[in-house]
Design a protein around this ligand. Structure first.
Ligand code: NAP
Length: 316
């Protein structure tokens, strides 16, 4: 029986583990995808203390730090089910049927990339359609690609892809980008990026591999653009399914509802990082780490007998 089980091997989860370890709590940290969304960041320029670091390197350092403690057990496994019933502890069931038990939980399960939902997308997924421009751009050296979206992921992705691709079409449904001005400036410096604004992709074309995209309105006299790769970067959906098995409430934006102490609507269950409604939905390394540390502190207080924010959340 662990004092706390943290589900998720990303920035929020590892930070929580570092803190629970130092509170001397027996800690399990488990997840399927090592490093979470953090490994998809090609360049991290806003992690305090590191002027420029790559996401995979930053996440490796998080992991090393958290697993340096004797009271932290790390497992890489897919969690299929989380339950409590009328017991005083939570049970985690893995895909292979094995189980673990913990007195408290922290969901640091992050989010999954949003899909566009247009014809051709599923069929060509992995055959030119991908959901991480910064991870996959280097497979498209000298080719033409399209990046879809107008947030940080898309604009950063376009800037990174432009370093290797012949041409990048940045296709966004609005005139303005919502991305950080830093990335908007970076992409403007690239002369091989063409902006396709106020357009939506309505189909991804190709038989065995991507050959182009079809737009809802003509661009430069045609409603199709020929490309070899399509990077769909239109945001993500919080991974709440395990927490919902316990009855944790979600908010209008589909994040786990948490109080100021990161406790969900279920007693003894906390959340941190992209999956939570904390930090004003600002999904960053810094906010994930902040939420992870608050959740760990709250777990410590909870195990000492402080019930936390359950009253606050039980109202809605
Ligand atoms: P995001 O900020 O939610 O932006 C999603 C973009 O996709 C928006 O521009 C949105 O358009 C567009 N979009 C959504 N649904 C669409 C649809 N069905 N069809 C066409 N376009 C659609 O997502 P994100 O860029 O993945 O960023 C997620 C979080 O991670 C943010 O908090 C971001 O700050 C963070 N992040 C940060 C960095 C960094 O370098 N600091 C890097 C990556 C991600 P509208 O603008 O019209 O809504």
């Amino acid at each position: 029986m662990y004092d706390v089980a943290i589900i998720g091997l990303g920035a929020a989860g590892y930070t929580a583990a570092i803190y629970t370890a130092r509170y001397k709590l027996s800690t399990l940290i488990v997840g399927e995808d090592e490093g979470g969304m953090g490994v998809t960041a090609a360049e991290v320029g806003n992690w305090p203390g590191a002027i420029d670091i790559k996401g995979p390197d930053l996440m490796e350092s998080f992991k090393k730090h958290a697993t340096n403690f004797d009271n932290v057990t790390r497992k890489q496994a897919r969690v299929e089910k989380v339950s409590k019933g009328d017991k005083a502890y939570f049970q985690i069931t893995y895909q292979n049927g094995e189980t673990d038990e913990a007195k408290t939980l922290i969901f640091a399960t992050g989010s999954d990339k949003r899909h566009l939902g247009v014809p051709g997308e599923d069929k060509l997924s992995g055959k030119g359609v991908t959901y991480c421009a910064t991870c996959d751009a280097f497979f498209y050296k000298g080719k033409d690609v399209a990046v879809l979206g107008g947030g940080d992921s898309a604009v950063e992705g376009a800037a990174i892809a432009a370093q290797v691709a012949n041409k990048v079409y940045l296709i966004h449904r609005r005139k303005e980008f919502r991305a950080e001005p830093f990335w908007v400036d970076e992409v403007k410096k690239k002369d091989n990026v063409e902006y396709v604004l106020e357009r939506r992709v309505v189909e991804i074309l190709g038989d065995d591999k991507v050959s182009g995209v079809k737009l809802d309105k003509e661009f430069n006299g045609s409603d199709t653009i020929n490309v070899d790769g399509v990077f769909i970067e239109i945001g993500s959906i919080p991974s709440t399914s395990l927490a919902e098995m316990l009855g944790c409430k979600i908010d209008d934006r589909k994040h786990l509802k948490v109080g100021e102490d990161m406790q969900t609507s279920v007693k003894g269950v906390f959340a941190a990082g992209d999956v939570s409604s904390g930090s004003n939905y600002f999904a960053q390394f810094a906010t994930a780490a902040g939420e992870g540390s608050v959740a760990a502190n709250s777990v410590f207080n909870y195990l000492q007998g402080d019930g936390g924010s359950e009253g606050y959340l039980s109202e809605g």
